[in-house]
Ligand binder design. Structure first.
Ligand code: S3P
Ligand code: PEP
Length: 431
């Protein structure tokens, strides 16, 4: 149990945001399959990204790591070797799904296992389209981990994805790189494009059509190691953006944040809800980056539908919190993907916000939330349900409560943000 305290006099300060989780995973993966050294600066040393790093060590790649500095001694695709032990994916869907595509084309068999949450998450979304390339993955009868990937010679394919998922897209891209001709992947909706951007830096020939959802991948037998500086994670910055918006008398600045438009849905949501937000973008080579300043704001309700979801998928628990503080009724639909994250986030967000006295109606693919500037707390014992993003959202919600609250399973935050509670404490003004 961790005690959560209300914010008595508002929040203030400036924070450099830790590295992006999605980009850190990809930097390790691309470094591991490339020739020569890959240096990663500002790596996110959270539990999930460390799972990726450990998995490649198990596969024989030499990797040095000290906090947020990583050095990978890549020996190309052929530098990966079979291991007798199952690869432990922990809580990380990204590691699991991307590595399925990557390992599908290696000339050996691999096994993957995961924690209780990951073992429930759907994997057929990757293994079914992988079949078009010749990929062979055996799953449990429920279509989940444990998985056995039997590496094959892969062939080019054209696949149209049934689910809007950057993890599925990236898995197929990593398989397509190993095929013996160009492949085409057509997304349902555009999703985060970090894999495509970083692959170009490592020397791959990969193009995205003007519709933003048709991707052509050419074989890439030789990728070249690079230096990658990981930008700050907008999904981590989002917790403090929301804190600054909902706690009266606050002003918060977050620096070095990734502003890739496939990820900035939370900024559009804040602006639409009437938050006072300033975005300062500065020049950068590949991934856009900038600083964000937020001030306390009175919030209007919002309506989000299917096309809005991919760019804000991981921030939807925070959107629910913003809605809980807004004057009026908000609606989120087209977000059934939330049901297959670390927890069923529609169920866990609804259950926890109700403890705070917020009126929430669950929909199969979203939520209807009626907000109020002041809540009538019904239950002070909150729980992350072992889901990092739920835990952090509740810690932000607690800043607005009129009494201390308790958070069960608070240690889950280490999955994506080990320093979360320390960083949050920095914004508390002295009373
Ligand atoms: O590709 C990635 O790095 C991610 C993609 C998203 O998952 P889906 O692809 O399942 O939507 C997101 O929720 C996850 O946190 C990270
Ligand atoms: C869904 C998430 O991650 P993953 O799918 O990698 O477990 C997340 O970080 O919110």
């Amino acid at each position: 149990m961790t005690q959560l305290l209300p914010a008595p006099t508002g929040l203030a300060g400036t924070l450099a945001i830790p590295g992006d989780k999605s980009i850190s995973h990809r930097a390790v993966m691309l470094g591991a399959i490339s020739q020569g050294a890959t240096q990663i600066h500002h790596f996110l040393a959270g539990e999930d990204c460390l799972r990726t790093l450990q998995a490649f060590r198990k596969l024989g790649v030499q990797i040095e790591q000290a906090q947020d500095e990583v050095l990978i001694h890549g020996q190309g695709w052929a530098g990966l070797h079979a291991t007798n032990h199952p690869l432990q994916m922990g809580n990380s869907g990204t590691t699991t799904r991307l590595m399925m595509g990557l390992l599908a084309g290696r000339p050996f068999a691999s096994q993957m296992i995961g924690d209780a949450s990951l073992q429930k998450r759907p994997m057929k979304r990757v293994t079914e389209p992988l079949k078009a390339f010749g990929g062979q993955v055996r799953l449990s009868p429920a279509g989940t981990l444990p998985a056995t990937i039997t590496g094959q010679i892969l062939h080019p394919a054209t696949v149209e994805l049934q689910v809007a998922s950057a993890q599925v897209k990236s898995a197929l891209i990593l398989a397509a790189l190993q095929a013996d001709g160009p492949s085409t992947i057509i997304e349902k909706l555009p999703t985060r494009n970090h894999t495509e951007l970083m692959l170009r830096q490592f020397g791959a020939d990969i193009t995205t059509a003007s519709d933003q959802r048709t991707i052509t991948v050419h074989p890439a037998p030789h990728l070249q190691g690079q230096t990658v500086t990981v930008p700050g994670d907008i999904s981590s910055a989002a917790f403090f953006l929301v804190a600054g918006a909902i706690v009266p008398h606050s002003q918060i600045t977050l620096t070095g944040v990734n502003l890739n438009p496939t990820r900035t849905g939370i900024l559009n949501v804040l602006q639409q809800m009437g938050a006072q937000l300033t975005v300062t973008e500065y020049p950068s080579a590949s991934e856009p980056i900038g600083d964000l300043t937020i001030q306390s704001s009175s919030l209007k309700p919002i309506n989000l539908g299917p096309v809005d979801i991919p760019a804000v998928i991981d921030e939807l628990p925070l959107v629910a919190l913003l809605a809980a503080c807004a004057q009026g009724t908000s609606k989120i639909t087209g977000a059934s993907e939330l049901r297959v994250k670390e927890t069923d986030r529609i169920a866990t967000v609804s259950a926890e916000l109700r403890k705070l006295g917020v009126q929430v109606t669950e929909l199969p693919d979203g939520m209807i939330i009626t907000g109020r500037p002041h809540w009538t707390i019904k239950n002070t014992q909150l729980d992350s349900h072992g889901d990092h993003r739920i835990g952090m959202m509740l810690a932000i919600a607690a800043l607005k409560a009129d009494r201390p609250l308790a958070l069960g399973h608070a240690d889950a935050v280490a999955v994506s943000y080990p320093e979360f509670f320390t960083d949050l404490a920095r914004f508390r003004k002295k009373a």
